[in-house]
Design a protein around this ligand. Structure first.
Ligand code: AMP
Length: 398
């Protein structure tokens, strides 16, 4: 069974075609700058080099057409025609409280996703365009929506309600939703398999540390708390997002800089975090290099980032009343031995002991804690596309 996984952003589109008989990626790629000049597709068929094609893509329709042309192309295609695509799995950012699991898409589901648009005005409309274009270009092919928020719907009210007038929740749906749910679900399930333990028996803290970063407390396979909130702006200091701040700062800073609230929110999303602290560096590799070179801004930014991660781990160890395993994933979590080491230096009181040699190794799934560590610390590469494809397969085979 071939499943096409589509992740539509506002001006980009990522895709993978996965053969679910052996879960192998047959082709993957990215359409960039949809709707503006210089749009191009970067396409990588399995076992071959990347191919970049510049082509006008005024809308997502042209982008998806181009993806399908690449997949079925004579020279570098991986399938003979579109009938070889058995189902399409879509990443949808926000399912509000309406979706606690992935679902087959029909007209009612589309309407309900539309109702969640105001909660994710930049993302959900793009996701819906992807769904609409695919159903036109591939009529009759089942489509599935997999939500970033769904995994966190198991959080109890004490974790998702804010200390605001209750009508903020009852009338305006303001609550913690959490994001990166597909990644947290994949990683928490996969680490249990990797450790050979039933997921129901584990108290796991997943640290998804990428350009966007969030931490999730997973009890027996269920999300019980997570650091992102009503939007992905909350929680840890991230690449360009501020993470948690005192909400009174908004009005104060708006006054000082003569900005509207919307403009301050843009500052918090795009000009803050590691980039804000360093004057523009958001890539962890640059920050590590700056740290080593003694650049004080990079030193402060990295110290703040690792301190934040350690604080959340401490909070979630309390929430879970103990922790069996801590897992690092995503760009920084998978690649930065420096960050993992610095974070774990704070966790001696939990009985966490890293093995420096194992932490320095590169590779796929691995344990990086010492044999006598009370908590098992792992690196597990995340794979949101595979999770989306697995959900899609399961739902269309039902
Ligand atoms: P993601 O959002 O998951 O794609 O992760 C992007 C982040 O991963 C960026 O901040 C990168 O700097 C970071 N990253 C990627 N490779 C490395 C590496 N080898 N060492 C440190 N950070 C890395």
């Amino acid at each position: 069974m071939n499943i096409l996984v589509i992740n539509c952003g506002s001006s980009s589109l990522k895709f993978q075609l996965i053969d679910m008989d052996n879960e192998s990626v047959q082709a993957k790629g990215l359409c960039e700058r949809i709707g503006s000049d210089g749009s191009r597709i970067v396409y990588t068929p399995a076992g071959k080099d990347k191919i970049a094609i510049e082509s006008p893509m005024p809308t997502h329709t042209e982008a998806i057409k181009l993806v399908l042309d690449c997949l079925t192309g004579k020279e570098n295609g991986v399938i003979s025609d579109l009938s070889a695509i058995d189902a399409v799995g879509h990443r949808v950012v926000h399912g509000g409280e309406k979706f606690a699991a992935s679902t087959i898409i029909n007209d009612d589901v589309v309407k309900t996703i539309e109702e969640c648009n105001e909660l994710a005005p930049l993302h959900n409309p793009a996701n819906l365009i992807g769904i609409s274009v695919c159903s036109k270009l591939m009529p009759g092919v089942p489509q599935v929506a997999v939500f970033d928020t769904a995994f966190h719907q198991t959080m109890p009210a004490k974790a998702y309600l804010y200390g605001l007038p209750l009508k903020a929740y009852t009338d305006y749906k303001v609550r913690r939703y959490g994001f990166h749910g597909t990644s947290h679900r994949f990683v928490s399930k996969h680490v249990a398999e990797f450790l050979g333990k039933p997921v129901e028996s584990l108290k796991t803290i997943v640290c998804h540390l990428g350009n966007g970063a969030s931490i999730c407390a997973v009890d027996g396979g269920k999300s019980v708390d997570t650091s992102m909130g009503f939007t992905p702006l909350a929680g840890l200091v991230m690449g360009t997002r501020s993470g948690d701040i005192d909400p009174a700062i908004l009005e104060y800073y708006a006054g000082k800089e003569n900005l509207t609230l919307a403009e301050v929110t843009t500052v918090l999303n795009k000009e803050s975090g590691l980039a804000g602290l360093t004057g523009g560096k958001s890539d962890c590799r640059d920050l590590e290099a700056g740290y080593e070179a003694g650049d004080q801004k990079c030193i402060d930014a990295m110290e703040i980032f690792c301190y934040d991660v350690a604080k959340y781990i401490g909070a979630y160890a309390a929430v879970l009343n103990g922790v069996d395993d801590i897992v690092f994933t995503a760009g920084i979590g998978e690649n930065s031995a420096f960050v993992r080491n610095k974070v774990c230096e704070y966790l001696g009181y939990l009985g966490v002991k890293l093995d420096a040699a194992k932490n320095a190794e590169r590779g796929d799934d691995r344990i990086i804690s010492a044999d006598d560590s009370k908590v098992t610390v792992c690196v597990i590469p995340t794979n949101e596309e595979l999770m989306i494809a697995r959900d899609t397969k399961e739902l269309v085979e039902k």
